[in-house]
Design a protein around this ligand. Structure first.
Ligand code: DGJ
Length: 693
């Protein structure tokens, strides 16, 4: 809901639990008033009429109070907007007008022909505020050095704690919390993709006071899949401002010729007083309603061949895996890397998106038909943004890659990055992928990205830096175009595991590959971090072989592996030709169980009951009186009994029947005393289904 003050200079956006207010002050300064619990317009106006920012020698009165600090004038904070023309640098804006368009508020400013529109939208039914900026240039050509999507301001508190999700390959999305101190904390990516190192999300709670279920939490998440930066600044007066947007350095993003415009991605903000768990549930609900395509459709159980066969694949061998997968109850069979061009190792073939004639003599259709005849959907792997120098594509177009003239072309995983900012490259990829998707009944595409940008040059182009931004826009357009032309095809975002997970890519893909780490124990921590912001409905998780042959050699039971993967979109990725009949039969019962609990896991509310750092961890999903609890024990010590897990969000006055044990539990008892799991030993796990009676 959007309310506007009588003088047309105060604006209030409200969701079910929270409000966001701002005010146009003197000299057209746009001042932040409120972000927090729901307030009335009169409260916002009282805040506006209250004492303004105080003067303090050697400080800028506006710092920490503005909605979008531009470069120039009496400001010392990091500017959200920095532009320059041949003649001048910085911005001195004048307010033009505002527009209220449904839930969206647009505030228009201008400076010498540059139109700057700040957009605000509180999505109906959520407490998520989406903010973004449009720059429309009607003046002389200008360079945009920095254009953040928003600056978020937190209220005065004694101190703040920062939560972030950091990692590296095979160790993504790990949650870390630390006290915020004076100065700036910067996270981001200079790699051309979202990165394994940081997810574009932060959360802040005052004085470290929030718990999983209680307390105020502020969160911000950026919808961008390229290079990005989020800066969390604690200013000299202890105020905290969070800016975020495209690009890591401020060395130039793009040039706007007269008549050109640039729209930043959304930087979304959320206030919740339900603790970290409440904030996560609010983020999940927002993504279900407004980000993830067709989020109310459940994702199928998939089989992926990568860990089983890597590059050594053939039609017959994939068929054998498919028959075993189908017998297990798998619903979607995905052939990973190695089916195309000369791709028999990671040294060749990327760029040539036609089936390898030795491996698939009649193309992909015979295998796709066989998979369909087995009752499954058929999917394939691609990595369209890349090329191996040993490929037909590179031999024909060596200038289609990113490179710096006169410098070595850095190969990582033996591959180079295609310059997607070029229209000929965009058109080539569209034709290749459109043809591929039309050549066989393909239902699913796993879209990978396996190396960072290093030599982001574009010889012959006047303003080569723009390829960083243009690459992401071209990727988005390509995905949008393919989705429109092939509406039945689902897409998975993968980047060597979880290197491209953000709200931008999630708006165009149906699920994401969470990590190449399929060790079921490590996965619990990775999934714990992922769930802080993204929902189980998008989190792909495979059961692979034991001992884990990719990473650490750890042995674990099928039970432990399945229960770990059942916390998200279940997949299987082991070498099924080596699984015994008993293992295959057991796996079938787990897949059956998953299908039963899937509506609750993929569509329900998540409560993280116990974090994975202790010996015992557990999550709970609830939907319409159906409860699913997944619990894992890493190691039992001294023979001590394992603590019961306390459930959340139940009706204390109701009773719940456990389908596993047949026991009837009182809600109040489950909430206060907990559910006994019976877990023991090392790497034990269990699933409990409870139904409200
Ligand atoms: C990286 C992905 O994360 C893996 O799952 C697999 O698809 C390989 N790439 C294939 O090259």
């Amino acid at each position: 809901m959007l309310e506007i003050g009588e003088d047309g200079r105060t604006w209030l956006l409200s969701g079910p639990a929270s409000s966001y207010a701002l005010r146009l002050g003197e000299d057209d300064a746009l001042l932040h008033l409120h972000w927090g619990p729901r307030i009335a317009l009169a409260d916002a106006e009282a805040l506006a009429a209250g004492p303004g920012p105080e003067y303090w020698a050697f400080e800028a009165t506006l710092d920490g109070h503005e909605e979008y600090p531009v470069e120039g004038g009496p400001r010392f904070v990091r500017p959200a907007l920095s532009v320059r023309t041949d003649e001048r640098r910085g911005t001195e804006w004048s307010f033009e007008t505002y527009e209220a368009d449904g839930d969206e508020l647009r505030l228009r400013f201008s400076d010498s022909g540059l139109g700057i529109t700040l957009h605000y939208r509180m999505r109906a039914g959520t407490d998520v505020v989406e903010r973004w900026v449009t720059l429309a240039n009607e003046g002389p050509a200008l360079e945009v050095l920095r254009a953040d999507s928003a600056a978020w301001t937190l209220p005065h508190r004694d101190g703040w704690r920062l939560s972030q999700l950091h990692g590296r390959w095979a160790a993504e999305s790990r949650l870390v919390r630390s006290e915020l101190t004076y100065g700036e904390k910067i996270i981001g990516s200079r790699r051309g993709h979202t990165s394994h190192q940081h997810l574009p999300w932060v959360a802040l709670d005052a004085d470290g006071s929030a718990t999983e279920e209680r307390g105020e939490v502020y969160g911000c998440a950026l919808a961008w899949s390229g290079t990005w930066r989020i800066a969390v600044a604690q200013l000299p007066d202890a105020r905290v401002q969070i800016t975020g947007g495209v690009g890591y350095d401020d060395s130039g993003l793009l040039r706007l010729e007269p008549g050109e415009s640039f729209v930043t991605p959304v930087f979304a903000g959320l206030w919740s007083d339900g603790g970290f768990g409440g904030a996560s549930r609010a983020w999940h609900a927002y993504q279900h309603a407004y980000v993830i395509p067709d989020a109310d459709e459940h994702r199928p159980v998939l089989y992926n061949s990568w860990e089983a066969t890597e590059f050594d694949i053939s039609e017959e061998q994939q068929g054998a895996l498919a028959r075993r997968a189908a017998a297990m109850g798998v619903e979607l069979f995905v052939v990973d890397d190695g089916w195309f061009g000369a791709r028999t190792s990671d040294r060749a073939g990327l760029g040539d998106w036609t089936p390898n004639p030795d491996r698939f003599p009649a193309g992909l259709k015979p295998l796709a038909d066989e998979v369909h005849a087995l009752g499954m959907q058929f999917g394939i792997w691609v990595e369209p943004e890349m090329v191996n120098p040993d490929s037909e594509l590179y031999r024909a177009h060596p200038d289609w890659v990113q490179f710096q003239p006169g410098r070595k072309r850095t190969e990582l995983r033996n591959q180079l990055v295609l310059n997607l900012a070029r229209e000929d490259v965009q058109e080539y990829l569209w034709e290749q992928l459109d043809t591929l998707l039309s050549s066989a009944p393909i239902d699913y595409v796993k879209w990978d990205f396996n190396r960072c940008f290093t030599d982001a040059g574009w010889p012959g182009e006047d303003y080569p830096q723009r390829l960083w931004v243009d690459h992401v826009h071209a990727l988005y357009r390509l995905l949008d175009r393919l989705r429109a032309a092939h509406p039945g095809v689902a897409f998975e975002s993968c980047s060597g595991g979880g290197g491209r997970i953000d709200l931008g890519i999630m708006a165009r893909t149906d699920q994401v590959w969470t990590s190449d780490n399929t060790d079921p124990l490590d996965r619990l921590a990775i999934q714990h971090g992922f769930s802080q912001v993204h929902p189980a409905r998008a989190m792909a998780a495979w059961v692979t072989d034991s001992p884990n042959n990719q990473l650490n050699g750890r042995a674990s039971s099928l039970r432990f592996r399945f229960v770990s993967s059942m916390a998200g979109v279940l997949g299987v990725g082991g070498d099924l030709t080596r699984w015994s009949d008993e293992e295959l039969a057991e796996a079938r019962t787990w897949v059956e169980l998953y299908k039963e609990i899937r509506p609750v896991v993929q569509g329900g509310d998540l409560h993280r009951l116990r974090a994975p750092e202790g010996g015992l961890s557990a999550v709970q999903y609830s939907r319409d009186g159906e409860i699913v609890v997944l619990a894992w024990l890493q190691a039992q010590h001294y023979g001590e009994p394992v603590a019961p897990v306390r459930l959340r969000g139940l009706d204390p006055a109701a009773t719940y029947e456990c389908l596993e044990t047949g026991e009837v539990h009182r809600g109040a008892v489950l909430l206060h005393h907990g559910l006994r799991t019976g877990l023991r030993g090392d790497l034990d796990a269990a699933v409990f289904r409870l139904r409200r009676m």
